[in-house]
Design a protein around this ligand. Structure first.
Ligand SMILES: [Zn+2]
Length: 256
Protein backbone atom coordinates (compact mmCIF):
# COMPACT_ATOMS: atom_id res chain seq x y z
CA UNK A 1 0.00 0.00 0.00
CA UNK A 2 1.06 3.51 -0.45
CA UNK A 3 0.62 7.20 0.19
CA UNK A 4 -2.59 8.60 -1.25
CA UNK A 5 -2.89 12.19 -2.43
CA UNK A 6 -6.21 13.99 -2.49
CA UNK A 7 -6.82 17.72 -2.96
CA UNK A 8 -10.23 19.03 -2.02
CA UNK A 9 -13.38 17.19 -1.01
CA UNK A 10 -16.48 19.17 -1.95
CA UNK A 11 -19.63 18.51 -3.95
CA UNK A 12 -19.94 21.70 -6.00
CA UNK A 13 -16.57 22.04 -7.77
CA UNK A 14 -16.53 19.77 -10.81
CA UNK A 15 -12.74 19.65 -10.96
CA UNK A 16 -10.61 16.50 -10.95
CA UNK A 17 -9.11 18.04 -7.79
CA UNK A 18 -12.39 17.98 -5.87
CA UNK A 19 -13.67 14.55 -4.85
CA UNK A 20 -17.37 14.30 -4.08
CA UNK A 21 -17.91 13.71 -0.33
CA UNK A 22 -19.97 10.57 -1.04
CA UNK A 23 -17.09 9.02 -2.99
CA UNK A 24 -14.60 10.10 -0.35
CA UNK A 25 -16.68 8.40 2.32
CA UNK A 26 -16.67 5.18 0.25
CA UNK A 27 -12.87 5.42 0.06
CA UNK A 28 -12.60 5.90 3.83
CA UNK A 29 -14.99 3.03 4.49
CA UNK A 30 -12.92 0.70 2.27
CA UNK A 31 -9.60 1.88 3.75
CA UNK A 32 -10.82 1.42 7.31
CA UNK A 33 -11.84 -2.18 6.54
CA UNK A 34 -8.91 -3.24 4.37
CA UNK A 35 -5.90 -1.17 5.37
CA UNK A 36 -4.14 0.15 8.44
CA UNK A 37 -4.04 3.90 7.88
CA UNK A 38 -1.08 5.43 9.73
CA UNK A 39 0.11 9.02 10.21
CA UNK A 40 2.51 10.12 7.49
CA UNK A 41 5.25 11.01 9.99
CA UNK A 42 5.21 7.42 11.26
CA UNK A 43 5.30 5.99 7.78
CA UNK A 44 8.30 7.80 6.31
CA UNK A 45 10.87 5.69 8.12
CA UNK A 46 9.22 2.49 6.92
CA UNK A 47 9.38 3.25 3.21
CA UNK A 48 10.72 0.42 1.07
CA UNK A 49 12.91 0.19 -1.98
CA UNK A 50 10.35 1.76 -4.35
CA UNK A 51 9.17 4.28 -1.76
CA UNK A 52 6.25 1.98 -0.96
CA UNK A 53 4.87 1.20 2.48
CA UNK A 54 4.76 -2.31 3.91
CA UNK A 55 1.77 -4.37 2.77
CA UNK A 56 -1.52 -3.35 4.31
CA UNK A 57 -0.46 0.15 5.34
CA UNK A 58 -1.76 3.40 3.83
CA UNK A 59 -1.44 7.14 4.42
CA UNK A 60 -3.91 9.88 3.56
CA UNK A 61 -2.62 13.26 2.39
CA UNK A 62 -4.31 16.40 1.01
CA UNK A 63 -2.53 19.08 -1.02
CA UNK A 64 -3.25 22.84 -1.07
CA UNK A 65 -5.21 23.27 2.20
CA UNK A 66 -8.65 23.85 0.69
CA UNK A 67 -11.45 24.60 3.16
CA UNK A 68 -13.35 21.70 1.59
CA UNK A 69 -11.03 19.39 3.55
CA UNK A 70 -12.30 20.88 6.80
CA UNK A 71 -15.92 21.17 5.75
CA UNK A 72 -16.39 17.78 4.07
CA UNK A 73 -13.40 15.48 4.64
CA UNK A 74 -12.73 16.09 8.33
CA UNK A 75 -16.13 14.86 9.62
CA UNK A 76 -15.67 11.65 7.59
CA UNK A 77 -12.06 11.17 8.72
CA UNK A 78 -13.15 11.69 12.32
CA UNK A 79 -15.99 9.18 12.01
CA UNK A 80 -13.65 6.52 10.64
CA UNK A 81 -10.80 7.59 12.96
CA UNK A 82 -8.35 7.97 10.09
CA UNK A 83 -5.20 10.10 10.48
CA UNK A 84 -4.43 12.58 7.72
CA UNK A 85 -1.82 15.12 6.67
CA UNK A 86 -2.58 18.39 4.88
CA UNK A 87 0.18 20.12 2.89
CA UNK A 88 -0.26 23.89 3.19
CA UNK A 89 0.76 26.74 0.90
CA UNK A 90 2.36 28.93 3.59
CA UNK A 91 1.59 32.29 1.97
CA UNK A 92 -2.15 31.61 2.14
CA UNK A 93 -1.81 31.84 5.94
CA UNK A 94 -0.09 35.23 6.04
CA UNK A 95 -1.91 38.46 6.82
CA UNK A 96 -1.67 39.53 3.17
CA UNK A 97 -2.94 36.11 2.11
CA UNK A 98 -2.54 34.47 -1.29
CA UNK A 99 -5.34 33.61 -3.72
CA UNK A 100 -5.81 30.14 -5.19
CA UNK A 101 -4.14 31.02 -8.51
CA UNK A 102 -2.68 27.60 -9.27
CA UNK A 103 -5.64 25.49 -10.37
CA UNK A 104 -6.38 24.71 -14.04
CA UNK A 105 -10.10 24.25 -13.49
CA UNK A 106 -11.57 27.27 -11.64
CA UNK A 107 -14.78 26.76 -9.71
CA UNK A 108 -16.68 29.80 -11.01
CA UNK A 109 -16.52 31.21 -7.49
CA UNK A 110 -13.58 32.09 -5.28
CA UNK A 111 -11.92 28.97 -3.91
CA UNK A 112 -10.91 29.32 -0.30
CA UNK A 113 -8.07 27.89 1.73
CA UNK A 114 -7.87 27.28 5.47
CA UNK A 115 -7.11 30.20 7.75
CA UNK A 116 -4.82 30.04 10.79
CA UNK A 117 -7.66 29.51 13.24
CA UNK A 118 -9.07 26.61 11.23
CA UNK A 119 -5.63 25.04 10.86
CA UNK A 120 -5.03 25.17 14.62
CA UNK A 121 -8.50 23.80 15.30
CA UNK A 122 -7.85 20.90 12.93
CA UNK A 123 -4.41 20.35 14.46
CA UNK A 124 -6.11 20.00 17.87
CA UNK A 125 -8.43 17.44 16.27
CA UNK A 126 -5.37 15.38 15.29
CA UNK A 127 -4.74 16.49 11.70
CA UNK A 128 -1.06 16.91 10.80
CA UNK A 129 0.13 19.85 8.68
CA UNK A 130 3.23 20.01 6.52
CA UNK A 131 4.60 22.20 3.73
CA UNK A 132 3.41 22.58 0.14
CA UNK A 133 5.92 25.42 -0.48
CA UNK A 134 5.46 29.13 0.06
CA UNK A 135 3.43 30.24 -2.96
CA UNK A 136 2.71 27.11 -5.03
CA UNK A 137 5.20 28.09 -7.74
CA UNK A 138 6.63 25.57 -10.16
CA UNK A 139 9.84 24.89 -8.22
CA UNK A 140 11.59 23.58 -11.35
CA UNK A 141 11.39 27.10 -12.82
CA UNK A 142 13.23 28.76 -9.90
CA UNK A 143 16.96 29.23 -9.39
CA UNK A 144 18.47 27.04 -6.69
CA UNK A 145 18.74 29.99 -4.26
CA UNK A 146 15.16 31.13 -4.89
CA UNK A 147 13.96 27.59 -4.41
CA UNK A 148 15.79 27.22 -1.08
CA UNK A 149 14.40 30.60 0.02
CA UNK A 150 10.82 29.66 -0.88
CA UNK A 151 11.02 26.29 0.85
CA UNK A 152 12.79 27.57 3.96
CA UNK A 153 10.34 30.46 4.31
CA UNK A 154 7.44 28.07 4.11
CA UNK A 155 8.91 25.70 6.71
CA UNK A 156 9.77 28.51 9.14
CA UNK A 157 6.39 30.21 8.83
CA UNK A 158 4.50 26.97 9.33
CA UNK A 159 6.69 25.90 12.26
CA UNK A 160 6.02 29.17 14.04
CA UNK A 161 2.26 28.98 13.37
CA UNK A 162 1.90 25.33 14.32
CA UNK A 163 4.39 25.30 17.18
CA UNK A 164 5.93 22.07 15.90
CA UNK A 165 8.46 20.76 13.39
CA UNK A 166 7.58 20.74 9.71
CA UNK A 167 10.05 18.26 8.17
CA UNK A 168 7.90 17.11 5.23
CA UNK A 169 7.28 18.76 1.88
CA UNK A 170 4.95 18.03 -1.03
CA UNK A 171 6.21 19.62 -4.25
CA UNK A 172 3.56 21.78 -5.99
CA UNK A 173 2.08 19.60 -8.76
CA UNK A 174 4.68 17.02 -7.75
CA UNK A 175 7.25 18.79 -9.96
CA UNK A 176 10.91 18.43 -9.10
CA UNK A 177 14.37 17.83 -10.51
CA UNK A 178 17.80 17.30 -9.01
CA UNK A 179 18.22 20.99 -8.04
CA UNK A 180 14.77 21.10 -6.41
CA UNK A 181 15.53 17.96 -4.42
CA UNK A 182 18.84 19.44 -3.24
CA UNK A 183 17.03 22.68 -2.34
CA UNK A 184 14.52 20.73 -0.25
CA UNK A 185 17.40 19.18 1.68
CA UNK A 186 19.15 22.55 2.07
CA UNK A 187 15.91 24.10 3.35
CA UNK A 188 15.82 21.54 6.17
CA UNK A 189 13.23 18.99 5.03
CA UNK A 190 13.85 15.31 5.65
CA UNK A 191 11.46 13.99 2.98
CA UNK A 192 9.62 15.36 -0.02
CA UNK A 193 6.66 13.87 -1.87
CA UNK A 194 5.90 13.70 -5.58
CA UNK A 195 3.05 12.61 -7.84
CA UNK A 196 4.78 10.58 -10.55
CA UNK A 197 2.90 10.51 -13.85
CA UNK A 198 5.54 8.39 -15.47
CA UNK A 199 8.46 6.29 -14.31
CA UNK A 200 10.76 8.27 -12.00
CA UNK A 201 13.45 7.46 -9.49
CA UNK A 202 12.22 7.29 -5.90
CA UNK A 203 14.19 8.62 -2.96
CA UNK A 204 13.73 10.46 0.34
CA UNK A 205 13.30 13.65 -1.74
CA UNK A 206 11.12 11.92 -4.30
CA UNK A 207 8.72 9.80 -2.26
CA UNK A 208 5.97 8.76 -4.66
CA UNK A 209 2.29 9.28 -3.91
CA UNK A 210 -0.73 8.24 -5.90
CA UNK A 211 -3.27 10.92 -6.87
CA UNK A 212 -6.97 10.25 -6.37
CA UNK A 213 -9.34 12.43 -8.35
CA UNK A 214 -13.04 13.19 -8.73
CA UNK A 215 -14.79 10.16 -10.15
CA UNK A 216 -12.20 7.65 -8.90
CA UNK A 217 -14.20 4.76 -7.46
CA UNK A 218 -13.20 2.36 -4.70
CA UNK A 219 -12.07 -0.02 -7.48
CA UNK A 220 -9.76 2.75 -8.80
CA UNK A 221 -8.46 3.22 -5.26
CA UNK A 222 -7.74 -0.50 -4.99
CA UNK A 223 -5.81 -0.54 -8.29
CA UNK A 224 -3.97 2.72 -7.76
CA UNK A 225 -2.83 1.73 -4.30
CA UNK A 226 -1.52 -1.68 -5.34
CA UNK A 227 2.19 -2.38 -5.32
CA UNK A 228 2.53 -3.06 -9.10
CA UNK A 229 0.90 0.30 -9.92
CA UNK A 230 3.48 2.15 -7.83
CA UNK A 231 6.43 0.02 -8.96
CA UNK A 232 5.63 0.87 -12.60
CA UNK A 233 6.11 4.52 -11.78
CA UNK A 234 9.31 4.32 -9.81
CA UNK A 235 12.74 2.81 -10.10
CA UNK A 236 14.70 1.26 -7.33
CA UNK A 237 17.23 3.86 -6.29
CA UNK A 238 15.49 4.80 -3.09
CA UNK A 239 18.52 4.43 -0.87
CA UNK A 240 20.78 6.60 -3.02
CA UNK A 241 19.19 9.66 -1.48
CA UNK A 242 19.83 8.60 2.10
CA UNK A 243 23.09 10.57 2.34
CA UNK A 244 21.35 13.82 1.41
CA UNK A 245 18.67 12.91 3.88
CA UNK A 246 21.11 12.44 6.73
CA UNK A 247 22.78 15.76 5.84
CA UNK A 248 19.41 17.52 6.10
CA UNK A 249 18.73 15.96 9.48
CA UNK A 250 22.11 17.20 10.64
CA UNK A 251 21.51 20.69 9.26
CA UNK A 252 18.21 20.86 11.16
CA UNK A 253 20.23 20.14 14.30
CA UNK A 254 18.94 22.29 17.12
CA UNK A 255 16.58 24.24 14.86
CA UNK A 256 13.30 25.15 16.58
ZN1 LIG B 1 -0.87 21.77 -4.99
Amino acid sequence: MTILCYHSVQPDWGSPLAMHPTTFEEHCDWLSKHRRVVPLAEAVDRLGHFGQLPRGIACLTFDDGFTGVRDYALPILTRYRLPATVFLVAKTLTEAGHPVDWVDTPAGYELTTLNVEQVLEMQSAGVSFQSHSDAHLDLTSLTFDDCVRDLRQSRELLESLLGRDVPLLAYPRGRHHEGVRAAAAAAGYTHAFTLPERRERAGPYAVPRVGLYRGNSVRNLQIKSSYPYLALRTSSAFRLGQRLNRAARRSRGGAP
